[in-house]
Design a protein around this ligand. Structure first.
Ligand code: MTE
Length: 320
C-alpha cells in the first residue's frame, strides 16, 4: 500500500530509523511489482478453477447495495494479502498453501466466555447472509463484493464481553510455512486490526465466510475475515485466529507501519487525503479497459446514514 505514489515528504523525517529501514525494504519489494499490477488483465487469478464450494442456507440481506457486483475474477484475482506476497496477483497464485480446515478461533480478554472455538460451531449457530457491499481500498480503488457473512454483533454477544471491553482486537494466523510472505519483514507479523466496541456492534459489521454464494477463497481471507464497508480495506483483516477484548486501543499493523499515513479509524473520507495521494476519487476495478472508470469517493464509502453517528463530535482530520 505504500508502493505506488512518489513521496513528497522524506519518510526518514517522520519515522524511527527502524521503521524507516523496514519501509525502505517494503518499497523496494514493491517497485518491480507495481508496474505489473497496472496492466489490465494481468491480475487474472492463477487458480480460479480451484475447488469451489457452495454455501447452503444463505439469506439475502436488506443491507445490500443494488450496485452491480465486480466480476468474480477481479474479486478473487486482484488482492492485497501480504502474507502471500506484495503483488496483486500473488495471493491468488500462492494462497493454496493455507490450510483452512480445521480452524480454531481463540477468544480472550475482557469476556465472560473465553475459549478456543471451532469455526464450524461459530458458523452453524449463526444466520448466514449475503451482503453486497461497496469496498474501498486506501490505494484509491474500489469494488462491489457479494460477501456471505455472519453478524459480528451477534457473535460478540455470545462471548459476553465485560463492561471493561472498550475495543476488540483481531489477529491473523502466524505460520510462515503456510504463509510464506511472513518470511519477509514487510510488516510486523502477525497482522493485527482493531475496532471500537460500538463500531464492531454496528449492524453493518460482519465476519465474512464466503463470497458469490461460495466458501471464501483463500486469497480473500479464508476461512474468516472482517468486513466493515465504511472503512478502508486494510481494516478488514483476513484469516482470523484470535479475537481479544481490551480496555485500551489495540496497536494495529498499519498504524505501526506508518502512523502518519494509516490511522486507527480508517474511515473512508474523500476530504482527508492520504499524505501521498488524494482520496477524492477511486478507480473502479473490473469496469473494463485501460481507461478504467473513476468515480467520486463518498463519505464513509456511502454508508454515512448508518455510521456517521459513531463519530459525532470527533475531528475526523485528527482521528483519521
Ligand atoms: N489482512 C491480512 N491478514 N493481510 C493483508 O495483507 N490486506 C488488507 C485487508 N486485509 C491484508 C488483510 C488490505 S490492504 C485490503 S485492501 C484488503 O484486505 C483486501 O481484501 P481483498 O483481497 O479480499 O479484496
Amino acid at each position: 500500500m505504500l508502493i505506488k505514489k512518489p513521496s513528497d515528504i522524506k519518510s526518514s523525517e517522520i519515522t524511527s530509523p527502524e521503521l524507516y529501514r523496514k519501509r525502505r525494504q517494503f518499497i523496494q519489494a514493491g517497485v518491480g511489482l507495481a508496474g505489473a499490477a497496472m496492466v489490465p488483465g494481468l491480475w487474472l487469478p492463477a487458480d480460479v478453477s480451484a475447488a469451489r464450494e457452495k454455501l447452503q442456507g444463505v439469506k439475502k440481506s436488506a443491507l445490500s447495495t443494488d450496485e452491480k457486483p465486480t466480476p468474480y475474477k477481479d474479486v478473487t484475482g486482484y488482492n492485497n494479502f501480504y502474507e502471500f506476497g506484495t503483488s496483486k496477483t500473488d495471493p491468488a497464485r500462492n494462497a493454496h498453501s493455507l490450510k483452512t480446515k480445521p480452524w480454531t478461533v481463540r477468544v480472550e480478554g475482557e469476556v465472560a466466555r473465553p475459549a478456543d472455538y471451532h469455526l464450524e460451531d461459530l458458523v452453524k449457530d449463526s444466520l448466514l447472509e449475503e451482503r453486497i457491499y461497496r469496498f474501498r481500498c486506501v490505494e484509491a480503488w474500489s469494488m462491489v463484493i457479494p460477501w456471505v457473512g455472519i453478524s459480528l454483533a451477534s457473535l460478540i454477544k455470545r462471548f459476553e464481553p465485560t463492561s471493561r471491553a472498550k475495543f476488540v482486537e483481531f489477529t491473523t494466523l502466524y505460520d510462515p510455512k503456510q504463509m510464506p510472505g511472513q518470511k519477509r519483514r514487510v510488516l510486523n507479523w502477525p497482522y493485527v486490526e482493531g475496532l471500537r466496541m460500538d463500531e464492531a456492534m454496528n449492524p453493518l459489521s460482519i465476519l465474512a465466510v464466503g463470497l458469490y454464494g461460495e466458501v471464501l477463497p483463500n486469497q480473500n481471507g479464508a476461512p474468516l475475515r472482517l468486513m466493515l464497508p465504511w472503512k478502508y480495506g486494510f481494516k478488514n483483516i483476513k484469516s482470523i485466529v484470535k479475537i481479544r477484548f481490551t480496555e485500551t486501543m489495540p496497536k494495529t499493523t498499519w498504524v505501526l507501519a506508518g502512523p502518519r499515513e494509516y490511522g486507527f479509524y480508517a474511515n473512508v473520507n474523500p476530504n482527508v487525503d492520504h499524505p501521498r495521494w488524494s482520496q477524492a476519487r477511486e478507480r473502479v476495478i473490473g469496469s473494463g479497459s485501460i481507461f478504467t472508470r473513476r468515480k467520486k469517493t463518498l463519505m464513509f464509502n456511502g454508508y454515512e446514514e448508518q455510521v456517521a453517528h459513531l463519530y459525532a463530535g470527533m475531528d475526523l482530520r485528527k482521528f483519521f
